[in-house]
Design a binder for this molecule. Structure first.
Ligand code: GDP
Ligand code: ZN
Length: 449
């Protein structure tokens, strides 16, 4: 893999495509002072912003702006890094990038800067992932959580648990040499109590990571109801102040049937099934089919009915066609028209919320109900913005710690389970991560990251 051979010099536009006041090109490699000299005609001063002209091979000015030079190892990647801050137009950025290539750089692959930062020990894998998560965060809460992981809060926690595992392993392995004293020794060392402490910490972090996964990916809500029952009104009301800032995700197109709002910082993807009627129009039909596919991934289905009428046959028909295992909440809207009070009721496990989408009465009850279904009970600061990869590793580590507890009479097996738990945790920070997995993780980053 290229990162393991002698590092070559890579370059990419680091700012988003399109036009902006400023555009930044990032370059990483070895001996970049000479490249800076060729680019600007000046010797760069480390870590000092200098106003320069960026020059082509003939000495003509391509652009003017700021040049930053970070000599290794005190840089994002741990290599020499140059940052060229020019004017943020696509053409001028491409001209500057081409000039860097002329001077020996090659175009960076997606995630290659982060990958180098990881391989050079500037940050661990969980932190590198947090960079990507911060950039992709769609709510304020998700962004805050990503920043905490980025600054190492999650990694530090993994290291503390790992250290406790190592201590315990050393203790047990030392005891293996003195079989006759095993039991007494472990009792004195309170080995099982220490194991239980590790287990409790894993359970706790796993739960906070599960909450974080929710914050990262959000929940899918399908909104079902006849025309005019108040679906659009409810969406507006639920969204409230904090509308999620959601840009288009690569590879998907925006469609009118899907909207993302934020509830307590959790992205809630709401699919309005208004378009789910039978249609013969082929274009409309594609939209309908896509909606049905999204419905299969629903976490909760909101069945909206008019509080004055209760449910009626056409609602039941759509409901019957929806996936069976998914939680359903019946929303009785327009209570203001029949003098009912806002309330939540539960009959034989079927939850109903009575509200007025127009006046907002009872909408907080629905919000709380959605959070309950999602399993959200965290409070901001504790949440770990985890990925599925992290959850799997945490669950596996917990499994080994629990297995160790069950093996406490056979010390060799006990020690082996601890070793495996330690390895699983090491996958999170990247201490025990195979090269091909690294490739997969970093290739999902954008270019310039
Ligand atoms: P949709 O077709 O299901 O999206 O329904 P809309 O949200 O567009 O609402 C249809 C009509 O019902 C609009 O005129 C709304 O103002 C009205 N409406 C929605 N919710 C309420 C409510 O809680 N009370 C009253 N009185 N009217 C409502
Ligand atoms: Zn509507």
């Amino acid at each position: 893999s290229p990162a393991r051979s002698l590092p070559d010099t890579i370059a990419a536009v680091a700012t988003a495509p399109g036009r902006g006041g400023i555009g930044v090109i990032r370059v990483s490699g070895v001996a970049l002072a000479s490249m800076a000299q060729a680019l600007t005609g000046k010797t760069p001063e480390p870590r000092t912003a200098g106003f320069v002209r960026f020059l082509d091979a003939e000495g003509r000015t391509l652009d003017e702006g700021l040049l930053l030079y970070f000599p290794a190892p005190h840089s994002f990647t741990g290599e020499d890094v140059l940052e060229l801050q020019g004017h943020g137009g696509p053409v001028v950025m491409q001209m500057l990038l081409a000039r860097c290539v002329e001077l020996g750089a090659r175009l960076a692959e997606p995630g290659e800067f982060s990958r180098r930062a990881f391989l050079n020990g500037k940050m661990d894998l969980a932190q590198a992932e947090a960079v990507a998560d911060l950039i992709e965060a769609s709510t304020v809460a998700a962004a805050r959580s990503a920043v905490r992981s980025l600054s190492g809060a999650f990694s530090d926690e993994m290291h503390r648990i790992t250290d406790a595992l190592i201590d315990l392993r050393m203790l047990v392995e030392a005891t293996l040499d003195f079989p006759e004293e095993e039991v007494e020794f472990l009792e004195k060392a309170r080995a099982l109590e220490r194991l239980e402490d590790i287990r409790a910490r894993l359970v706790d972090v796993l739960e906070r990571a599960r909450q974080g996964a929710l914050l990262r990916t959000g929940m899918n809500v399908v909104l079902v109801g006849r025309p005019n029952v108040g679906k659009s009104s409810l969406l507006n009301c639920l969204a409230g102040e904090e509308r999620a800032i959601v840009t288009e995700i690569a590879g998907t197109t925006r469609d009118a049937l899907r909207e993302t709002i934020a509830i307590e910082g959790i992205p809630v993807h709401v699919i309005d099934t208004a378009g789910l009627r039978e249609t013969t129009d082929p274009v409309e039909r594609i939209g309908v089919e896509r909606t049905w596919r999204e419905i299969q991934r629903a976490d909760v289905i909101l069945r909206m009915v008019d509080a004055r009428a209760g449910s009626s046959a056409p609602d039941e028909a759509i409901d019957a066609a929806l996936p069976a295992g998914v939680e359903r909440i019946t929303v009785h809207n327009k209570i203001d028209l029949c003098g009912m009070a806002a309330q939540r009721s539960e009959v034989e496990g079927r939850v109903s919320v009575y509200l007025s989408a127009q006046r907002g009465d009872g909408v907080d009850l629905l919000r709380a109900e959605l959070l309950r279904v999602a399993g959200w009970h965290a409070h901001g600061e504790d949440v770990v913005l985890a990925r599925e990869r992290h959850l799997q590793a945490l669950r596996a580590a917990l499994g080994h710690v629990e297995a160790a507890g069950a093996q406490s009479a056979a010390l060799e097996l006990f020690a082996e389970e601890l070793r495996q738990a330690q390895e699983r945790l090491g996958e999170i920070t990247g201490e025990f991560t195979a090269d091909d997995l690294l490739g997969v993780i970093f290739s999902r980053f954008c270019i310039g990251k």
